[in-house]
Design a binder for this molecule. Structure first.
Ligand SMILES: [Zn+2]
Length: 331
């Protein structure tokens, strides 16, 4: 018999908490799943929705959905009439979308016990839209469950957060990413390990890189851009910092830079540790031979402290400019 359970990798504590809430008939009306991008928040929300509407919830695996009933199958195929998904239209979640949700939330489920709404990228709800949802969060109908998903707590109203049960999800451990990659794509263990490191605990990114050649191309372009920075003047580095800030993928870039320079250090020390960027051995070797090891170490430390500043909401562009000044090179 086919198993239609929506599989969630990692986030075990959250899976247990939600499963128990269903088993004890104690689920809350509204949840907020918060955490970095591509770590599986929406997958967890879909699996929770599936378990909430399962006809024979049973067992202590995952979120407790049976994986075999009609409702579970429809959920896995994103066809369940009582599961409703909302994502921002363009850049914003607008009031018309929320009005639709509010209207639908007041109606009874079509066939399941609950009607479940999953609203992704909720940080993009503008103030009017968020306020329009408040009343529904305050006085929900008994058969409505709302799951808000967001990677940016600073974009959310306190009044929204306080009306939800908050689940803070974290990037996944390396071993879980490796297992997921091996099971879902069948790639070799060493490739899986490299992707796990590059993805920095974000399974979604690791899966994209495993399956999409253009993701590698983009990665190689970002690495090439970083290498070009080694040769340019300070003013050009500052211009690049502004560019990166605008594109908004600083965290990803910093993680890539960190792994890159660690590779350089591994080569300088001949430590035999895994080289993540095996496809770039010639550039790595050139740097290992030409950049003094103390500069490499200093830059690695600077990348790590910049990453931790960024988590504390400092001025991103200033932090990045300061980092680029510490980059080895001819500047
Ligand atoms: Zn089921």
């Amino acid at each position: 018999m086919e198993d239609y359970r929506i599989q969630v990798y990692g986030h075990d504590w959250a899976q247990r908490l939600l499963r128990r809430a269903i088993q004890q008939d104690a689920t809350r009306h509204a949840y907020l799943f918060l955490g970095p991008e591509h770590i599986g928040k929406t997958t967890l929300a879909r699996a929770f929705a599936q378990a909430l509407t399962c006809e024979n919830p049973a067992g202590d695996a995952g979120l407790g959905a049976c994986g075999h009933c009609r409702s579970c199958r429809l959920a896995a195929e994103n066809m369940h009439p009582d599961h409703r998904f909302f994502a921002p239209a363009g850049n914003q979640l607008v009031i018309d979308q929320i009005r639709n949700i509010v209207r639908e939330a007041s109606r009874s489920p079509v066939e399941a016990r609950y009607k479940v709404f999953i609203i992704t990228a909720f940080e993009r709800a503008n103030v009017n839209a968020a306020n329009a949802l408040l009343k529904t969060l305050e006085e929900p109908s008994a058969s409505t469950r709302i799951i808000l998903v967001s990677h940016q707590p600073s974009g959310l109203l306190d009044t929204i957060i306080s009306r939800c049960q908050l689940l803070r999800l974290r990037p996944l451990p390396e071993r879980i990413i490796i297992r997921a990659l091996r099971e879902k794509t069948g790639i070799a263990e060493t490739d899986a390990l490299r992707l796990a490191r590059l993805s920095n605990g974000r399974l979604g990114s690791a899966l994209t890189m495993a399956s999409d050649p253009s993701a590698w191309e983009t990665y190689n372009q970002r690495i090439a851009a970083m290498l070009a920075l080694l040769e340019v003047r300070t003013a050009d580095r500052m211009a690049y910092a502004r560019e990166m800030e605008k594109e908004g993928n600083i965290e990803t870039a910093l993680q890539e830079w960190l792994l890159w320079w660690r590779d350089v250090l591994v080569l300088q020390n001949n430590s035999g540790a895994l080289i993540v960027n095996q496809e770039h051995m010639s550039e790595l070797t050139r740097l290992a031979e030409n950049v003094p090891q103390n500069q490499v170490r200093r830059f690695i430390e600077a990348i790590m402290s910049t990453a931790s500043y960024l988590r504390r909401n400092v001025n991103r562009q200033l932090a990045l400019e300061a980092l680029l000044l510490k980059m080895p090179g001819s500047a």
